[in-house]
Write a protein that binds this ligand. Structure first.
Ligand SMILES: [Zn+2]
Length: 383
């Protein structure tokens, strides 16, 4: 079921859609997991619309049928972040975030896991949660776009089972320096509200979930941590659509403190406490690189773009920091370290595309529910 690749307007090279052909081989760093918020029957007319967006594959709920729309070497427009689009493959899953995982069938998980495993091997993508992202883990690009970033596939997506199906289960290590969130999906039944849109305050039916709530202090009744990018000046909520105070299965975080049955991680510049009793743990010991500020507060970015002096023919993309900052003494896990680059498309003809690669190095960190980037020059790498 191929996606449209057409011109539609008066500007011959600028008015086109709904993806970008490439003339050279593309390097892929991420696979982004989405859900459609609609039924499979609606997919053909969406992917054939050159004025709409695009993604590489759709997986059907009832039988795990896989349809491909865009060649994996081409750039699909799916992540709401151009830097991530240029370096990712997008997979849509038929279903609805707020329906308690009812649409996320075993057939779908199996087909999707098989596809991701194949794509990861082909493109040399590590099978971990720093590279296999939910759309809800993709960073906003600028302070203006953070609040509008999508929340799919949401807390009912069973990341533990998904990675087991890829033969990459999340396992505890000895002598850990960090933790991986891993509640038991079936018995972990956090409260959510807003599964019925018209009744936003109503509690959702109890159901397994891949997420833990994060509080300002070690208590279930303490306020949730805040997200100054998504909810400036306002508290986080228990809405099923609001991930601003949640950590998700498979995500690795640095430990900030422990007290009784509670563990605190560094999260969006705060100590964030989650219930992690020894009798029924919701996290496991993990190991990997960490970063901490060299001095003072460190800026955080939603894109790993090159420094200004690197641009020769493409238009300069400003290095706009997000509202979040990392304070002295805080630590965050590193998922990858990359050189800033920018792929300029904005033209129907791939011959007009330009790649700009700089010298600036970035660490991809698990800042909150979403991954983000810090400049390597601003931090000290640990481990
Ligand atoms: Zn999405």
């Amino acid at each position: 079921m191929p996606a449209a690749y057409k011109r539609f307007g008066k500007k011959k090279n600028r008015d086109y859609g709904n993806h970008d052909h490439l003339a050279r081989a593309r390097s892929v760093d991420y696979i982004v997991i989405h859900d459609t918020e609609g039924t499979y029957q609606g997919i053909p007319s969406l992917v054939r619309n050159p004025k709409y967006v695009s993604w590489h594959y759709t997986i059907r709920s009832r039988d795990g049928h896989v349809a491909q729309h865009v060649p994996t070497n081409d750039i699909a427009w799916h992540a709401g972040n151009w830097d991530v689009n240029t370096r990712s493959i997008g997979i849509e899953h038929e279903g609805y975030l707020a329906k308690g995982g009812a649409w996320y069938t075993e057939a779908m998980y199996r087909a999707s896991a098989r596809l991701v495993k194949y794509l990861a091997a082909k493109h040399d993508i590590p099978l971990n949660r720093a590279h296999i992202l939910g759309h809800d883990n993709v960073p906003g690009t600028t302070p203006q776009t953070v609040a509008g970033m999508h929340e799919d596939p949401g807390p009912y997506w069973d990341w533990e089972h998904y990675f087991e199906l890829m033969n990459k289960p999340f396992k505890a290590v000895k002598d850990g320096d960090s933790i991986i969130i891993r509640p038991s999906y079936a018995s972990n039944r956090p409260r959510f509200t807003g599964c019925v849109t018209a009744k936003a305050a109503q509690a959702c039916p109890a159901h397994g979930a891949s997420t833990v709530w994060l509080h300002k202090s070690p208590s279930h009744t303490a306020p949730l941590v805040t997200d100054l990018g998504k909810h400036p000046g306002k508290p986080s909520t228990y809405s099923v659509y609001d991930h601003s105070a949640r950590a998700s299965t498979g995500q690795r975080y640095a430990v900030a403190a422990r007290q009784g049955d509670w563990t605190a991680i560094w999260y969006l510049g705060q100590k964030a406490w989650f219930h992690n009793p020894a009798s029924n743990p919701t996290a496991i010991a993990a190991k990997g690189p960490l970063v901490t500020p060299l001095s003072g507060e460190v800026k955080v970015y939603g894109r790993a773009y090159p420094e200004k002096s690197a641009y020769k023919s493409a238009a300069y993309q400003p290095l706009t920091p997000l509202k979040y900052k990392i304070g002295p003494g805080q630590t965050y896990t590193v998922g990858d370290t990359i050189t800033g680059s920018y792929y300029a498309a904005n033209a129907y003809s791939p011959a007009r595309h330009v790649t700009t690669t700089g010298k600036a190095r970035y660490h991809q960190i698990q800042l909150g529910h979403r991954v983000m980037f810090v400049m390597a020059k601003d931090v000290r790498l640990i481990g």
